[in-house]
Design a protein around this ligand. Structure first.
Ligand code: XMP
Length: 487
């Protein structure tokens, strides 16, 4: 299908959505389900950007808990990035398959340090280091809280295996719940007849899956997480490490995704990792979207230059207004490959417009970067007393500068960074507390938008609008834009 001329040169602030007769009884019931990629789906169509001031493990974890997903940025050593992914995958699950364990000869000091480092509330004790033979369980309550015991062995404080309740490997969730409630315990180690550790079920995971049915999970009940790779240097080792750590999707994220560099990278990843869920971007045209579909991308990331921390359009003149880019991409591939609209969202209404014009999900950078879960520190402006955080483009001088001083950085990435002048910039954004608050607001506004559009769920409204969005959009004049947005 060809791009409708009315979208040429147009972006979010150029349209409003024409209200239809509302049929929703309660907005709280409006589902916002959307595909992220060919095989993954979300309950909230929001993705946090793979940027070093937006998505590390903490952001990715919270995004998945809330029904979205986060892509951990790649401005880290392979080891550090895979650690972040592992942390998200371990956070929750029906069964923790490889629970942490310390040997019985470990000291209380080591156990304390270990539980703090991995943010866990108790740990399994094994007979000898690496034996995976269960010796006992040490919970936070077992740890001596008074001074003078730091050098004693954990075996003196743990509940020994003879007094522990355990379950067999493969136990069902219902049976596990029954045992845990009957004995009033919070952790159930799974062991075979030889006491070999096969997993751990925790009460907090069971409660969480009941309280948060909308969170994004894999078949084993673990949170979904994505991670970014580049297209040169050590990208294949990075990709393999991330998949091994449990990443559910990789994004090959390069500034110009409609390129030979992308083709070579996708082919290499497919040769090495086969059918891994692969998001590719960024592109901003119909030709770019078709190119990625033909390469076998599982989702297409669209956006050339709309990002807030982005100077590409200013420095190179390359770019396509974001709503036009989304529409072009959708007209080219329709719903054969889900589209992630990346960058340029300033108001919640932009998200709705992106979705009904063709995107399946929307990636946010600056809108999420002022939150607790984004990496970085809260700073207080001494003059205004306003709290702020730093948001920066991934090719901003500051991000490149940091990478240059990172001993672990990939030399190929550094060379590329030094070759290309900066196309990103740094800015301060207001501190906003937890990202949960931001997502709660977005969810509410999307539900209201669905209701104004006369639907009961986002997929229904999108399905109705996406084939002919101009029948539902109102183009704005300068005067009507002032009336709408100037407050
Ligand atoms: P928002 O508007 O949500 O955009 O903050 C996030 C997206 O911006 C892109 N990005 C960059 N683009 N130079 C660019 O041209 C950069 O340095 C840069 N850093 C991030 C990226 O697509 C991100 O998801």
């Amino acid at each position: 299908m060809d791009l409708e001329p009315a979208f040429i040169g147009r972006t979010y602030d150029d349209f409003l959505f024409r209200p239809e007769r509302g049929v929703v009884a309660s907005r709280g019931e409006v589902r916002l389900t959307a595909p992220l990629s060919r095989r993954l789906g979300l309950e909230l169509p929001i993705v946090s950007a793979n940027m070093d001031s937006v998505t590390g493990g903490e952001m990715a974890k919270t995004m998945a808990l809330e029904g979205g997903i986060g892509f951990v940025h790649r401005g880290l050593s392979i080891e550090a990035q895979t650690d972040e992914v592992r942390r998200v995958k371990r956070r929750h699950g029906h069964v923790i398959e490889q629970p942490f364990a310390l040997p019985r000869m470990a000291t209380i000091r080591e156990a304390r340090e270990f539980t703090r480092q991995h943010r866990i509330t108790g740990l399994l004790i094994e007979e000898t280091a690496g034996s995976r033979i269960l010796a006992g369980l040490l919970s936070n309550r077992d740890m001596p809280w008074f001074a003078g015991h730091d050098d004693r062995r954990v075996e003196a404080f743990m509940t020994p295996v003879g007094r522990l309740h355990t379950g067999p490997p493969g136990i069902g969730v219902e049976e596990a719940k029954r045992i845990m409630f009957e004995h009033r315990i919070e952790k159930l180690p799974l062991v075979d007849a030889a006491r070999r550790i096969h997993g751990l079920i925790t009460k907090s995971d069971i409660i969480l899956s009941r309280q948060r049915p909308e969170s994004s999970k894999d078949a084993k009940g673990r949170l979904l997480v994505g991670a970014a790779i580049g297209a040169r240097g050590d990208f294949l080792e990075r990709a393999a490490g991330l998949v091994e750590a449990g990443a559910d999707a990789l994004v090959i994220d390069i500034a110009h995704g409609h390129s030979e560099v992308m083709r070579r990278a996708v082919e290499a990843v497919r040769r090495r990792l086969g059918d891994v869920e692969l998001v590719c971007g960024n592109v901003g045209t119909a030709e770019g979207a078709r190119f990625l579909r033909e390469l076998g991308a599982d989702a297409i990331k669209v956006g050339i230059g709309p990002g807030r921390g982005c100077r590409t359009r200013l420095e190179t003149a390359a770019g396509v207004p974001q709503l036009q880019a989304i529409r072009e991409a959708w007209c080219a591939v329709e719903d054969a490959v889900p589209i992630i609209a990346d960058g340029g969202v300033r108001d919640d209404k932009d998200i709705f417009l992106a979705l009904v014009c063709g995107a399946s999900t929307v990636m946010l950078g600056s809108m999420l970067s002022g939150t607790d879960e984004a990496p970085g520190y809260v700073i207080e402006d001494p003059a205004t007393r306003q709290k702020q955080k730093i948001y920066r483009g991934m090719t901003s001088p500051q991000a490149v500068f940091d990478a240059l001083y990172d001993a672990e950085a990939d030399p190929a990435d550094l060379e590329a960074a030094l070759e290309t002048p900066a196309e990103g910039q740094e800015m301060r954004v207001p501190y906003q507390g937890s990202v949960r608050g931001v997502l709660h607001r977005i969810r509410g506004h999307l539900r209201s938008a669905v209701s104004y559009a006369g639907g009961t769920a986002l997929p229904e409204v999108r399905g109705m609008v996406v084939r002919d969005p101009l029948a539902h959009l109102v183009p704005l004049s300068e005067a009507s834009r002032r009336e709408s947005y100037e407050r």
